[in-house]
Design a protein around this ligand. Structure first.
Ligand code: PAF
Length: 283
């Protein structure tokens, strides 16, 4: 695996592959890689000849008081995991390389509506930071495919929307959520949890699964289901953020007419803010 930290060097390397007729799949990450990320690499291999990943902890998507400084950085271990999984090129730029001069991008990419609800309401500016860095990375890598985990369902829709709106020639692929045996969605932020908290945190997935079962059994009192789920999560030891039953296409509150649903949830366990979702076709 080649490790490249400069934009011009990456471009040169990828042009070489393109001239040979190779297709390119891209997996952007912020590092601290777990099995979920590595499954994205496996997925990318199914689509393209050359698999490129990036590790960049993007300051633009962290709000004041969030965990940018404390975000786990495990570069050496990440590098070995990517190489073992057959990643061909790892792009690991510095903040200066991505945001020269001011360390912030002066052009921002904002996807309205989708960016201000759910996680966007709890983390103002977060999705603009994500949309901006992903657009820059797409401009740098120019991939044919880009693979994102569906745990960040809202992020996935934001990226799909910007790709469509800006006519970017990249196909966005969503990969299933990787879970621990307990059902807990794998996340870099699980590293903030103690062994006991890790056990408790699995209640988030159980709660999502139970609400789905109730919906499939015909319960369409969505507000009541949402409130009951929040109370159950609090009883399990979470601090509430949101638990919303939405329609998949635009993440607006689901009505009884909607059949393609997603239940989006975020909750705090200690210092960790965990997110998860279940997307499904209502029976
Ligand atoms: O999902 C993430 O890890 C990040 O939001 C992403 C897409 C790499 C952008 O920084």
């Amino acid at each position: 695996m080649q490790l490249i930290s400069r934009i011009d060097a990456l471009r040169q390397e990828l042009w070489r592959h393109r001239l040979n007729g190779a297709s390119i799949a891209f997996i952007p990450t912020m590092g601290n890689l777990h099995e979920g990320h590595l499954q994205l690499i496996d997925r990318a291999h199914e689509y393209a000849d050359v698999v490129v990943s990036s590790i960049f902890v993007n300051p633009l998507q962290f709000g004041p008081g969030e965990d940018f400084n404390g975000y786990p950085r495990t570069f050496e271990a990440d590098q070995s995991k990517l190489a073992e999984r057959g990643c061909h090129v790892l792009f690991a730029p510095s903040v200066d390389e991505m945001y020269p001069d001011t360390q912030v991008s002066s052009t921002i990419v904002k996807v309205p509506h989708l960016s201000s609800i759910h996680c966007g309401a709890s983390r103002p500016g977060h999705f603009t930071g994500v949309a901006t860095v992903v657009t820059k990375l797409f401009g740098i890598v120019q991939p044919d495919y880009a693979v994102f985990g569906l745990k960040d369902f809202q992020q996935f829709l934001v990226i799909k929307q910007l790709t469509e709106d800006l006519c970017l020639p990249v196909e966005i692929i969503g990969a299933p959520i990787a879970r621990a045996e307990s059902g807990l969605a794998l996340s870099s932020r699980n590293g903030y949890l103690s062994a006991e908290q890790l056990d408790t945190a699995a209640a988030l997935y159980r709660c999502l699964a139970d609400v789905r079962t109730q919906i499939d059994n015909g319960n369409s009192h969505y507000s009541e289901l949402e409130e009951a789920a929040q109370i159950r999560l609090e009883e399990a030891g979470f601090k509430r953020d949101y638990f919303n039953i939405c329609r998949q296409q635009d993440l607006q509150p689901a009505t009884t007419e909607d059949t393609d649903l997603v239940i989006l949830a975020a909750a705090y366990m200690g210092q960790a803010r965990l997110i998860d979702n279940l997307h499904f076709h209502r029976l």
